[in-house]
Design a protein around this ligand. Sequence first.
Ligand SMILES: CC(C)(COP(=O)(O)OP(=O)(O)OC[C@H]1O[C@@H](n2cnc3c(N)ncnc32)[C@H](O)[C@@H]1OP(=O)(O)O)[C@@H](O)C(=O)NCCC(=O)NCCS
Length: 176
Amino acid sequence: MTVTRASRISIQPVTPADAAAIACWRYSPPYEMYSFAPEDADWLLRPELHYHAAFDKHHELIGYFCFGKDARIPAALESGLYADERLLDIGLGMRPDRNGQGLGPAFLSAGLEFGQRTFSPDGFRLAVAAWNSRAVRLYERTGFSATGAFTVQESGMSFLVMTRLTSRSDQARPPH
Ligand SMILES: CC(C)(COP(=O)(O)OP(=O)(O)OC[C@H]1O[C@@H](n2cnc3c(N)ncnc32)[C@H](O)[C@@H]1OP(=O)(O)O)[C@@H](O)C(=O)NCCC(=O)NCCS
């Protein structure tokens, strides 16, 4: 288990119990599209997708991160938006009852710190629905900026692709 220095948030690969819990979380409107289905629990356990569970200082499961290909918009794979292979894609979700309480910066910082230490990327990339101003605001405040946009033809939904290059001081942090 890794405890990040950004906060007392600890992050570790998802266990079957974590995956079952996360897959049952339900986000209320307009965020329903972020809910998994209970049958997705096995998907979250696939090792190549690098799903990780995040816990607060009371050891309560408060969210998840995934690193790599499952954080990309499948329909945008051929668009060139993912051409920079030095960047690590990150996906995330906080437990629904923790949303909108100002916890986003500590949560995301913990995931970025863990991802940096584990995968040593030159930076991070994420995709976010353009209408999701709560998430966009959090990403901007955490140092991400929009570097591209994509509209999924089937749904008509537009997404921003946002990137954040790793600073030298982040790279220099020793493992602990
Ligand atoms: C995205 C997520 C991590 C954001 O964390 P959070 O703790 O809910 O967000 P915060 O409370 O820290 O708010 C972030 C910013 O959005 C603002 N905000 C809060 N609720 C908002 C809302 N309903 N609409 C618009 N802005 C909102 C806050 O004021 C804050 O802006 P500020 O820094 O200028 O004050 C969290 O909501 C989440 O995991 N949601 C799951 C679904 C989702 O949206 N996933 C996105 C995947 S790309």
